[in-house]
Write a protein that binds this ligand. Structure first.
Ligand code: PBG
Length: 330
């Protein structure tokens, strides 16, 4: 194809007014793209702000109704639940307890805000006393195969409580197939799996580990989460999970991995989720609080870039503010 040359061609002609800019805009960010992460905890009347994540709260169950009303009022229709259990042990038993904090939260949301779509994070790190994402061997490594049964039990327990979708974030090999089989056997063949397929061992999870109280007591997660240097492997991880039955795949974190997101989307052509993680949120908040950046402008730019890179959905702590800003623009 031959393109015209200056002065016959002038790119600025198409940028001169907003109507024309809108005509040729390639990416449209919408409140329908957002999934809002939510931290639920025991107790009453609790709405505790996370110090490293201003504007994000840990909520007790009695606070969920108001939170759902606010989200639905803004047009945010989907939440991703994380639990802070009342009790942690070696085998993370509250993760797969039918009366665990997440299971109870699902029931409350189902009863009080039936239009809300509920996704649950399926992992062990919030529930184990050692903070790792699975069962430990005698020498302190995470035992992949022994962890699979726990994860499957957790996912089934979430589905039984009424979760619409489950999202395993543990990075054990084979967990998608294992969870799929367990869900099907329990009668939940209609519950989709959103796999955290391409999850990197990232410094950007720092504030989340305060929020969910899930920092490992020793070592780190590099023996199961991915090396930030690898893109090819990131695409392969998503392909394995699709083969095992994942309905959606994910790239996490988002910002430093938009190249991987683009590749996963274009090479596999599957519904793809971006997780705009805690550290990415906190950086924006800190810079904005100092007056160093225009928060609204930067947040919309960041979320738009995730969509442009190939995300069908974005999990983001900015969802409420972004929903307000998008509504103002229309
Ligand atoms: C659980 C999990 C983590 C996040 C989502 N699910 C933490 C981790 O893997 O250490 C991070 C989310 C965020 O930083 O916003 N395994």
């Amino acid at each position: 194809m031959e393109y015209g040359r200056f002065p016959a061609y002038r790119a600025r002609r198409m940028r001169a007014d907003e109507t024309v800019r809108q005509f040729i805009r390639e990416t449209e960010l919408s409140v329908r793209d957002f999934i809002y992460p939510l931290f639920v905890k025991p107790g009453e009347g609790r709405r505790d702000e996370i110090s490293s994540m201003p504007g994000v709260y840990q909520l007790s169950l009695d606070m969920l109704k108001a939170e759902m009303d606010e989200l639905l009022g803004l047009g945010v229709r989907s939440v991703l639940l994380f639990g802070l259990p009342s009790h942690k042990d070696e085998c993370g038993s509250e993760a797969y307890d039918d009366h665990g904090i997440v299971q109870e939260a699902i029931r409350v949301i189902r009863a009080e805000a039936p239009e809300m779509h509920i996704i649950t994070d399926v992992c062990m790190c919030e529930y184990t006393s050692h903070g790792h994402c699975g069962k430990l061997t005698a020498t302190g490594e995470v035992d992949n195969d022994a962890t699979l049964a726990w994860l499957a039990a957790e996912a089934v327990s979430h589905a039984r409580a009424g979760a619409h979708m489950v999202a395993p974030s543990d990075m054990m090999d084979g967990r998608v197939a294992h969870i799929r089989r367990a869900l099907d056997e329990a009668g939940f063949s209609q519950v989709p799996i959103m796999s955290y397929s391409t999850k990197y061992a990232s410094g950007f999870y720092g504030p989340f580990r305060d929020a969910a109280d899930s920092a490992p007591a020793f070592g780190d997660r590099r023996a199961y989460q991915m090396d930030p240097a690898n893109a090819e492997e990131g695409v392969r991880e998503a392909a394995y999970d699709i083969a095992e039955g994942a309905d959606l795949v994910m790239v996490k974190p988002a910002l430093s991995y938009l190249d991987v997101l683009r590749r996963v989307k274009s090479e596999l052509r599957f519904p793809t989720v971006a997780y705009n993680v805690s550290g990415e949120y906190s950086m924006v908040k800190a810079a904005a609080a100092n007056g160093w950046i225009d928060e609204k402008r930067v947040v919309i730019e960041l979320l738009t870039s995730m969509k442009r890179a190939g995300a069908d959905m974005i999990i983001t702590y900015h969802a409420k503010e972004a929903a307000r800003w998008l509504a103002e623009e229309n």
